[in-house]
Design a protein around this ligand. Structure first.
Ligand SMILES: N[C@@H](CCC(=O)N[C@@H](CS)C(=O)NCC(=O)O)C(=O)O
Length: 208
């Protein structure tokens, strides 16, 4: 059985759990990271030297980096290609948006999330939160422009490219209620939010 190490309120663990649910793959999730600890234990470091979650264990094979895990699951465990596009250019675009999520979208949201969700009100640094909100809004505007042209990030169909980006979008709506109009991103997000696998592993888990 596939095993996933990681707490369920981690957005990077959520990517993996959401993908597993989309693919209907039985799995076992083991709490680790945050208050659950374990990530600095020698046996965990042996499978993930970053001491971060998630980590996937598939028999003798282990893998870390959430987006890589999502791509692996789709390529290795789904002959029907429900998440991985067969067309190489569409696949490359889906992977591009996953890379963008890691390199631009998530870093832009980090201080906003940590400031508002994980820091007591009297300890918050307003300047850092404001700067993060502005950067995150710029990134969301870029996503909105793409979604004015395509139904999903990589084209007409839902792909693994949508998974990491949609989790940051979910957080953006919660963290920036007074955001500028982003009608295309909102239309896309509302379609995604109706997916049972997203509801089970992302929107049902309160931000913490
Ligand atoms: N780029 C890595 C980032 C992993 C990461 O930062 N994980 C966070 C949770 S979202 C973590 O492990 N934090 C420390 C902890 O939970 O103990 C990935 O996508 O897997």
């Amino acid at each position: 059985m596939l095993k996933v190490w990681g707490r369920k309120n981690s957005m990077n663990v959520q990517k993996v759990m959401w993908a597993l649910a989309e693919l209907g793959l039985p799995n076992e999730r083991i709490d680790a990271g945050g208050a659950f600890g374990q990530t600095k234990d020698p046996q965990y470091l042996a499978i993930n030297p970053n001491a971060l979650v998630p980590t996937l264990v598939d028999g003798d094979f282990t893998l870390w980096e959430s987006n890589s895990i999502v791509r692996y699951l789709a390529a290795r465990h789904d002959d029907n290609r429900r998440l991985e596009p067969a067309d190489l250019q569409v696949r490359a675009r889906a992977q591009m948006w996953m890379d963008w999520q890691l390199s631009v979208l998530q870093p832009s949201q980090r201080d906003l999330f940590w400031g508002l969700i994980r820091t007591a009100p009297d300890k918050r640094v307003a300047a850092a939160i404001d700067a993060s909100r502005a950067k995150n809004t710029n990134a969301m505007a870029m996503l909105d422009a793409q979604l004015a042209r395509t139904t999903y990030v990589a084209g007409d169909a839902f792909t693994y490219g949508d998974i990491p980006v949609a989790i940051n979008a979910y957080r953006y709506w919660a963290l920036v209620p007074d955001h500028p109009p982003l009608p295309h991103a909102r239309r896309w997000y509302d379609t995604i939010a109706a997916r049972p696998a997203f509801a089970a592993h992302v929107s049902a888990v309160p931000l913490s």
